[in-house]
Design a protein around this ligand. Structure first.
Ligand code: ADP
Ligand code: NI
Length: 216
């Protein structure tokens, strides 16, 4: 690990200590770890750029900054410049952060570098499986959403604005995002890791709906 990666990890761990909305340090630590593993299996990935972007990807999430989608890249830039990181590296990290987020089922989120591919994949892997289920309900609780409401069917968001404004029950999020993530991964290593997590999540939703109806 390079000194700047170590300093960034320490900075983010400290900053996210009290964060309870799903963007906690354990989430970031997992994304960092998984991004490192994916980078090792993805030729041409600059490990330092991938690690810095993984550590900084949620530094100022648009969801908590009035929908400002540049807040994250800007905050990452400020930190990296304060650490004398060269402009070329800063720009690459910023671009990865811009490309990470999911923006709605109907919105394409292409990546322009191997670093963006591994960080986007690592972030999405952390949204599925057992941890993904737990994070979805933690987020729903944080936002005061019901777990489920059969009268509110899931929708496919055609644009980012529509996706941002959704206030749907938490179960809808599985249909609107989580159950689709395995088909939107970029690296073979991530697709492999996703299989078990996806199967678990499918079973969870089926069992949840059965119990909701008093079956199962
Ligand atoms: P990520 O950190 O993977 O980019 P987000 O920032 O979109 O994910 O959200 C953080 C966590 O909260 C993720 O696990 C995500 O699935 C969950 N989440 C986001 N939006 C919703 C929602 N509308 N309902 C339930 N969970 C959500
Ligand atoms: Ni994240």
């Amino acid at each position: 690990m390079t000194p700047i990666v170590a300093a960034t990890a320490a900075f983010i761990e400290e900053k996210f200590q009290a964060e309870g909305s799903g963007h906690d340090w354990p989430h970031i630590r997992r994304v960092w770890q998984v991004a490192r593993a994916l980078a090792a299996d993805t030729p041409g990935t600059d490990l330092e750029v991938a690690e810095l972007a993984a550590l900084l990807h949620d530094i100022a999430d648009w969801k908590y900054h009035g929908g400002d989608y540049e807040a994250g890249p800007r905050a990452a830039r400020a930190w990296l410049l304060s650490q004398q990181v060269p402009e070329a590296t800063v720009a690459r990290v910023e671009q990865v952060i811009r490309e990470v987020s999911f923006k709605g089922l109907g919105v394409d989120t292409p990546v322009s570098s191997p670093e963006a591919a591994v960080v986007q994949d690592a972030d999405r892997l952390d949204a599925i499986g057992a941890i993904g289920v737990a994070r979805a309900f933690a987020y729903g609780e944080h936002k005061g959403r019901p777990m489920h409401d059969p009268a509110t069917p899931p929708v496919s968001h055609a644009d980012f604005e529509q996706y941002k404004q959704s206030t749907a029950p938490t179960i809808n999020h599985f249909y609107e995002k989580l159950l689709h993530l395995k088909d939107r991964l970029h690296t073979p290593a991530a697709r492999h890791l996703a299989q078990r997590r996806h199967a678990f999540m499918e079973e969870f939703v089926a069992q949840f709906l059965a119990e909701w109806e008093g079956r199962g």
